[in-house]
Design a protein around this ligand. Structure first.
Ligand code: M6R
Length: 620
């Protein structure tokens, strides 16, 4: 998830680009860069480059310092704020990327899955690569098509998109066509527009809003040619289509949040996309799990005799659910440790152990210290994180990035789902390499994972029921969450979400433990949230629900669609689609994220910025 801006028109491009990039910085802030063409100085006969490119690692402020008031003359340009996926967040990996001649520049949001193959092909044709990014293949590919066919930039991009695999919003300019910006979309959103004096491009509405309120969100698999005063659009099949203009009424604040009131809600709704991105390129057409990031040999993988998961907060809950999948699918015993406790308990580790650190920020001090301790003990270390270049990646032998895009809300939502998916993919990979899962079972599970993004979309439809429950229970003093198996991890996560953004006292418990103490808290009207989706323990969960109802509790149940027994016992029912039991936390937690969010709103509390909390906890 990166931010893209493009401008062509009567004004100087640089200030427009920088202004748009600042508005999109929430989409990525690892590095930023601009490319501007100065038409007056085009010297096409000598082949001399006339494009100025400035790029800098860090937030946009770093780029502004680098520019330090310098003006780059030119009325057409593209800009980018990066959220790294391939290649560390360095100056060299920052966008825009250029072809060998320096005449074409490209910015990109997404992941080009076949970048390795294309890179090798283009290198063998004589192209020189200067970055570690997947994006750079796109610009060399376009260059190579123009060289061989002598075609226009638009025709070259049209051909390139039939070769590129994966997800991309690509925006390109060329010194040889300095009056137009070519835009292509395969999945990630990109918006174009034009006023009488300008043509505009942005990955989100805020980048365009100051110049036009009439925008064209490109459809999937479309190409646009954006010029001063006009936009033309074609399908990837080359057939021109009539673009559909949308009039935007939002103010700037609403636009930055995509029309949602808060980043947290926006991020809850981004979960289908986040999960798609976590899976992208990791399951091939035949259903095999491929993890290029993990370079351990099969023998090394077979030698692992224990996995220890270390994490904090929500990431700990992802690890708690992953323990079940890893043990069930691979038969490797898994220990689960709060990162803050791990080092101090004198854990038994050796070279056959694998320590798996999970953390969205990659900067949590406790998790870092636990991973570093594990390294000193000579174990293998794997990191699952959302942030490329974060400290956690330096403590690990292998890193699985979750690719969920930046999360602004302090409460972790989409990064939690992405962690669950990444950890499950890793578990399946271990099972596949160790041969501990029958082929048909593996295929069946992979297929269930592939269905998840759509099922998440379906789960989001629960919003109206959740809103009703939030209104009803916003004034509750206590909440109890119960679950069994992976449902226990969901219960703990539900309680944590509620505590952190609504400040209501909440307890998450393994449902079977209730009778050993916490059941004393149950009295008339206490809301008890129970997770009823875990197949093997369903009957036992129903009994626990009966127990709390008998003592006066109000029950809020998460159950499969059409579960009439659950309906009969529920004061509030949140229905979710059915998936494999071990994957069910990925769906079950969504109504609980929403419940916390809407209760916080009922109470007039700020969900994005809960008191006393920070997005990354860098102190022990
Ligand atoms: O960045 P990390 O995942 O390592 O952060 C760990 C916790 O601080 C974090 O998950 C925290 O619990 C969340 N804000 C909960 O929503």
């Amino acid at each position: 998830m990166c931010g893209i801006v493009g401008y062509v028109g009567d004004e100087q491009a640089l200030p427009v680009l920088l202004d748009g990039m600042k508005k999109l910085e929430y989409r990525g802030y690892d590095s930023s860069g601009v490319a501007v063409i100065n038409v007056q100085s085009v010297v096409s006969t000598t082949g001399q480059t006339t494009m100025t490119v400035e790029r800098k690692a860090g937030r946009i402020g770093e780029l502004l310092d680098e520019l330090d008031g310098t003006t780059i003359e030119g009325r057409i340009g593209i800009g980018h704020t990066r959220w790294a996926t391939h290649g560390a967040p360095t100056d060299g990996n920052a966008h825009p990327h250029r072809d060998c001649t320096g005449d074409i520049a490209v910015v990109h949001n997404g992941i080009i899955e076949n970048h390795d193959v294309l890179r090798q092909r283009l290198i063998s044709e004589g192209h020189t690569f200067v970055s570690e990014t997947d994006t750079e293949v796109a610009v060399h590919l376009i260059e190579s098509i123009i060289e061989s066919k002598g075609c226009s930039l638009r025709e070259a991009v049209l051909e390139a998109v039939s070769i590129l695999e994966g997800a991309f919003a690509l925006v390109c300019i060329s010194v040889h066509e300095p009056d137009r910006i070519i835009v292509a979309r395969q999945e990630p959103p990109i918006i174009v527009g034009a006023s009488a004096t300008a043509g505009l491009v942005g990955s989100d509405i805020p980048a365009l809003l100051a110049y036009t309120r009439d925008v064209i969100p490109l459809d999937n698999r479309q190409i646009a040619e954006v010029m001063r005063g006009s936009v033309r659009v074609w399908g990837f099949d080359g057939v021109e289509v009539e673009p559909e203009t949308v009039h935007v009424e939002w103010d700037m604040d609403a636009a930055e949040k995509g029309g949602f009131e808060d980043f947290m809600l926006k991020e809850i709704y981004e979960q289908p996309e986040a999960v798609r991105n976590t899976m992208r390129g990791r399951i091939d057409g035949s259903g095999r799990v491929t993890l290029d990031e993990v370079s351990w040999t099969v023998d090394e993988i077979k030698a692992i005799d224990k996995i220890v998961v270390v994490a904090c907060g929500t990431s700990f809950h992802a690890g708690m659910a992953a323990k079940h999948s890893i043990e069930h699918w691979t038969r490797i015993p898994v220990e689960l440790d709060l990162a803050s406790e791990f080092r101090y308990r004198d854990p038994v580790l050796n070279s056959r152990s694998l320590v798996m650190g999970i953390g969205q920020s990659g900067e949590t001090a406790d998790t870092l210290a636990a991973m570093s301790f594990a390294r000193e003990m000579g174990t293998k270390v794997l990191a699952i994180t959302n942030v490329v270049g974060s400290s956690m990646t330096r403590e690990a032998d292998a890193v699985l990035f979750t690719h969920a895009g930046p999360e602004i809300g302090v409460a972790a939502t989409k990064t939690f789902l992405a962690q669950l998916v990444a950890a499950n993919i890793f578990a399946l990979y271990l099972a596949q390499e160790r041969g501990t899962m029958y082929g048909d079972k593996l295929t069946e599970t992979v297929e269930a994972m592939r269905r998840l993004p759509e099922q998440i979309e379906e789960t989001l439809l629960v919003q109206d029921s959740v809103l009703q429950a939030a209104k009803r229970y916003a004034d509750a003093r206590d909440f109890i969450f119960i679950g069994r198996g992976v449902g226990n991890a969901v219960a703990l996560e539900g309680a944590l979400k509620l505590k952190e953004i609504t400040y209501i006292h909440a307890e998450g418990y393994a449902a079977g433990e209730l009778k050993h103490g916490p059941i004393a808290l149950i009295e008339d009207g206490v809301p008890v949230v129970a997770i009823l989706t875990g197949e093997p323990l369903y009957e036992k969960m129903l009994s626990n629900v009966e127990e709390v109802r008998a003592r006066g509790a109000d029950t809020i149940l998460i159950a499969h669609e059409g579960d009439e027994r659950a309906r009969a016992l529920a004061n509030e029912l949140f229905e979710v689609p059915t998936t494999k039991p071990l994957l069910s936390p990925i769906l079950d937690v969504i109504p609980l994220q929403m419940l916390s969010y809407f209760i916080a709103k009922e109470k007039g509390l700020p969900p994005d910025k809960p008191r006393n909390l920070a997005k990354s906890v860098t102190v022990e």
